[in-house]
Design a protein around this ligand. Structure first.
Ligand SMILES: [Zn+2]
Length: 278
């Protein structure tokens, strides 16, 4: 089984397992990740694996409160044009991701899932996720929610792993989440430090909307020096990562996500919790 929580992924179940789950819940959390370079030390599937672990921990938290949800299916592809020059990065066009998400959600609806939460594993996917759910609402009257944990967990991340330098994609905090979930795939011996020096922001709140800011200008990401011979592919210093910090970040997120699902979907405790093996 992938996650040490013991929560099975959709892909690990048989059709009968899914059928049994549907008798107990109509909620599923669909991790939406990416196959994207993450520096010298993290695997291409980092965003996908982390989103799966977040969903599993949230389901484990729900189970502790007597509530059920299913993790998956996972969407492992994302939108990340800035990573094009790094071998292994396998990106979709935004509209391809919109169509993919719509068809997956429609299939889940058809089999009986009425509440679907798309869990952001890669921030570049957020616009496509939002378009997909707007269209699903209009076309199928399907209740889909896009969950972006980045903004509500900015404070948690800074509190749990304080750093006095820039930390981002593949940096100490993301590497901590990787160490806590899939340590065998983390190559800290190959990690390098790369602290970016961002230019001063021209106006207040100019960070991207996904981080609570007001201005989204994709050319800024595309014009970064993202070439393999100039940039290791990650921002920050992974040597500050610890699996304990990763666990603490997952735990904070699991409580937040469980609270959110219970509140939004009016989940009530069930007598038995889902406990199927792969
Ligand atoms: Zn990432």
């Amino acid at each position: 089984m992938y996650s040490k929580t013991g929560i099975p992924l959709f892909e690990e179940m048989t059709w009968k397992d899914v059928d049994d789950c549907l008798k107990k819940t109509d909620v599923c959390i669909v991790p939406v990740g990416a196959i994207e370079q993450h520096g010298f030390h993290l695997p291409l599937g980092t965003d996908t694996f982390i989103a799966q672990e977040m969903a599993c921990r949230a389901c484990a938290e729900l189970a502790r409160r007597g509530c059920c949800a299913v993790v998956g299916p996972t969407v492992p592809y994302g939108v990340h044009p800035e990573a094009t020059h790094y071998p292994g990065s396998l990106q979709l066009k935004p509209m391809t991701l919109v169509l993919l998400l719509k068809e997956i959600c429609a299939a889940l609806q058809q089999m009986g899932f009425r509440h679907i939460a798309l869990l952001m594993g890669h921030d570049g996917n957020i616009p496509a996720m939002q378009v997909a759910l707007q269209e699903l609402q209009i076309e199928r009257d399907l209740d889909v929610m896009c969950v972006n944990w980045l903004l509500p967990h900015q404070g948690d991340q800074r509190r749990i792993l304080p750093l006095d330098f820039a930390d981002g994609h593949g940096g100490a905090r993301e590497t901590s989440r990787a160490l806590a979930a899939f340590p065998d795939l983390v190559h800290l011996d190959r990690a390098v430090s790369y602290i970016p020096t961002f230019p001063p922001k021209p106006v207040p709140c100019s960070s991207e909307p996904l981080l609570g800011g007001a201005v989204y200008r994709p050319i800024q990401a595309l014009s970064m020096d993202y070439w393999p011979d100039r940039h290791p592919g990650q921002d920050g210093d992974p040597s500050f990562a610890t699996s304990q910090a990763g666990d603490a970040l997952y735990d904070a997120l699991a409580v937040w996500l469980a609270d959110l699902l219970i509140q939004e979907y009016n989940l009530a405790p069930k007598e038995e919790e889902i406990n199927h093996g792969p």
